[in-house]
Every structure is written in structure tokens, then in C-alpha cells.
Design a protein around this ligand. Structure first.
Ligand SMILES: NC(=O)c1ccc[n+]([C@@H]2O[C@H](COP(=O)([O-])OP(=O)(O)OC[C@H]3O[C@@H](n4cnc5c(N)ncnc54)[C@H](O)[C@@H]3O)[C@@H](O)[C@H]2O)c1
Length: 322
């Protein structure tokens, strides 16, 4: 089993590579090689009993994709993307990477004729606008940002290339991943991790929204588990629409902070400064939070049990050691 993770230098890509390395198998077969590809050279995963390679690849460039995606690749995780606020600010880069990059990877698979499994990470940003709550499996995609539109196009491409038999595609609309390790990123949702991560690391953070703001979350650990299960779902169980919500849970900011206090004591919450930021509030107010991912749950994907779990996973997996 030869696996290629495109976007393998990113947060989810690195965690996925580590989990696959620990596990040693995918789709019932021993893993023989994992290649991590990213526009910047990805960090190496140490200690694997099989080959791990890192390489640079720019998915917006078809020639670069052709060098990276080869006939030996059995499973491709297509995680590379620029995130919401970045794609909103740089319209051209958003379409070049998030839309054309996805098409370049799928076209390369078609050219090879090897029909790899392609796992695509979409986003709940494909929902929005004048559609009623709750969001169910048959809710139509109605993105209100360029990033959401690019992900929705990616989903259509996954469906169509799968229907034609060029790939065995599956796409998952990720909830907001929290607690996300590392530094704040250019996603408008960045504060949904930083108000927990920075205080857990003894640093101040700003919360730009009110504490009753509701949103839909999943931990990185569960996300990776679901991406692994997602690659293993038999093609015939997916149906014609190969893209679906990934399960998460709805919590208010207050519940996130209370979960942090329950796990880590009262000190971290004192490091949050509550400073309303109208521009962030304006972006996030239209986001959907009441999602019912029945199809994914039937197929075996799961959400976290409680937000306390998300906090514990951060402390166990990611908190920098003093
Ligand atoms: N983290 C979340 O909350 C969340 C929510 C919904 C969807 N997603 C999606 O999940 C995927 C992984 O997210 P993440 O949190 O690991 O993001 P990330 O930003 O940490 O990782 C994405 C990676 O893609 C790489 N990349 C960007 N442009 C590229 C290009 N032209 N060619 C090759 N690589 C390129 C980046 O260098 C980065 O390493 C993305 O597709 C993202 O849109 C994430």
C-alpha cells in the first residue's frame, strides 16, 4: 500500500502520517511507503518501519503534480489548500490552488489510468445563505465565500471523476478542527483554537466573539481517525454522492472555555481577553453550526464525546513541553 499525502506538511497531514505510521496498515494491507508532498518541504516522520519520503509539489502546477502522483500510488490524501481568510484575500491563489490544484490531481489520476482512492478534505464552509437549519445530508451546497465555493467545486469534481471511473474518490466536509496545534493561521476560525491553545500554553489570547457564539467542532485526533476510516469505506457503500459531512459537535464558546477549566483548572481561562472584533464577527456570523451527518455516522465515522476530550487530546498530543 503506497500512500501519498498532498498537503503533508500541514497540521492534519502530519498527524495523519504519524497515525498511519503507528498503524502500519490501510484498507487491510500493509503500508509499504508514505510520501509527504507539500509546497514547502514537509517535516519528516521518524521511526517508520517502511519508507517515508518527503517532496515538494505545487498542486497549482500540473507538471509538478505529474512528478508527484505516479502509477505506484494506491491512496491519495488531497489535503493541500489555502484556508478561508487567505482564499478570500487572494482570489487568484484560491482558485489556482483550491480549484485548479484539485483538478490537476484528478486529471493526473485519469492520465495514469490506475484509479487510486482519493480522499478529499472539503469543509463545512460549503454551507450557508438561504438554506434552513438543520443541515442534513441532502441540504444543497450554498457557499458564501470563495474558499467554500472552491471546496464545493472540488466535491463535484470528486463525484464526476469517480462516476467516470478515473478515481475512487471520497470527500469529507471537515468541521472546524480544535484544538489545532501550532501557530494561529489565516483562517477566520483561527481564534476557535487560539483561545484554548495559547492559555493552555500560559499565554494570552483574544476572543473576538461573544461567549454564546455556537459552532461545530472536531478534534484533530478524531479527524485523522475519520480520514483513515474514510479511505477504507467500500466504494459501493458510498453511493453516487461521494462527499459528506464529517461528524463533529456543536458547542458554544462558553462550553469550550468551561471544558478547558474542567480539565486544566481555572488559570488558563483568566488569560482570555474578550475584545469584540466586528470584522471577524461579520465573517463567522453566517457559518452553520447545526449539522446532522447521518450518512457519515452510518458509515462508521465519529465525533468527540465531549469538548473535555478535545482539551485532553491537545495536552496529550501537542502541548509544547516546558
Ligand atoms: N483545520 C480545519 O479546521 C479545517 C476545516 C475544514 C477543512 N479543512 C481542510 O482540511 C485540509 C487540511 O487542513 P489543515 O488544517 O491541515 O491545513 P494546513 O494549512 O495546516 O495544511 C494545508 C497544507 O497545504 C499546503 N499547500 C498550500 N498550497 C499548496 C500548493 N499549492 N501545493 C501543495 N501544497 C500546498 C500548505 O503548505 C499546508 O502545509 C485543507 O484542505 C483544509 O481546507 C481544514
Amino acid at each position: 500500500m503506497n500512500i501519498l499525502i498532498i498537503g503533508g506538511g500541514g497540521v492534519v497531514g502530519q498527524k495523519l502520517a504519524r497515525k498511519l505510521t503507528e498503524r502500519g496498515t490501510l484498507r487491510g494491507q500493509a503500508i509499504s511507503k508514505i510520501t509527504l508532498a507539500d509546497v514547502v518541504d514537509p517535516a519528516m516522520i521518524e521511526g517508520a518501519p517502511f519508507a517515508i519520503e518527503t517532496t515538494t509539489c505545487d498542486i497549482s502546477d500540473a507538471a509538478s503534480v505529474a512528478k508527484t502522483v505516479t502509477a505506484e500510488t494506491n491512496v491519495i490524501y488531497l489535503l493541500a489548500a489555502i484556508v478561508s481568510a487567505h482564499a478570500e484575500q487572494d482570489f487568484d491563489a484560491g482558485y489556482a490552488i483550491n480549484m485548479m490544484g484539485t483538478l490537476n490531481v484528478l486529471n493526473r489520476c485519469r492520465e495514469l489510468g490506475t484509479k487510486p482512492v482519493v480522499v478529499f478534505t472539503s469543509s463545512i464552509a460549503v454551507y450557508g445563505g438561504e438554506v434552513p437549519d438543520p443541515i442534513i445530508d441532502h441540504t444543497f451546497l450554498n457557499p458564501q465565500t470563495s474558499y467554500g465555493a472552491q471546496k464545493a467545486i472540488g466535491e463535484l469534481l470528486i463525484n464526476d471523476f469517480s462516476r467516470k471511473g478515473f478515481v475512487d474518490g471520497r470527500g469529507f466536509r471537515l468541521p472546524t478542527i480544535s484544538v489545532r496545534p501550532g501557530k494561529p493561521n489565516r483562517a477566520a476560525s483561527s481564534f476557535m483554537s487560539s483561545i484554548l491553545r495559547e492559555p493552555l500554553n500560559g499565554q494570552e489570547a483574544v476572543c473576538p466573539v461573544d461567549d454564546d457564539y455556537l459552532h461545530y467542532y472536531l478534534s484533530p485526533r478524531k479527524c485523522v481517525e475519520n480520514l483513515i476510516k474514510g479511505a477504507e469505506i467500500p466504494a459501493e457503500d458510498l453511493g453516487m454522492n461521494r462527499c459528506m459531512m464529517m461528524p463533529g459537535r456543536m458547542w458554544s464558546i462558553r462550553q469550550l472555555v468551561d471544558a478547558m477549566t474542567a480539565v486544566a483548572g481555572p488559570e488558563p481561562a483568566k488569560l482570555i481577553r474578550w475584545e469584540a472584533q466586528p470584522e471577524i464577527k461579520e465573517i463567522v456570523k453566517g457559518w452553520r453550526f447545526d449539522l446532522r451527518p447521518e450518512k457519515a455516522i452510518k458509515l462508521g465515522l465519529t465525533a468527540d464525546e465531549s469538548f473535555e476530550d478535545n482539551i485532553r487530546y491537545y495536552l496529550e498530543d501537542d502541548k509544547p513541553q516546558a
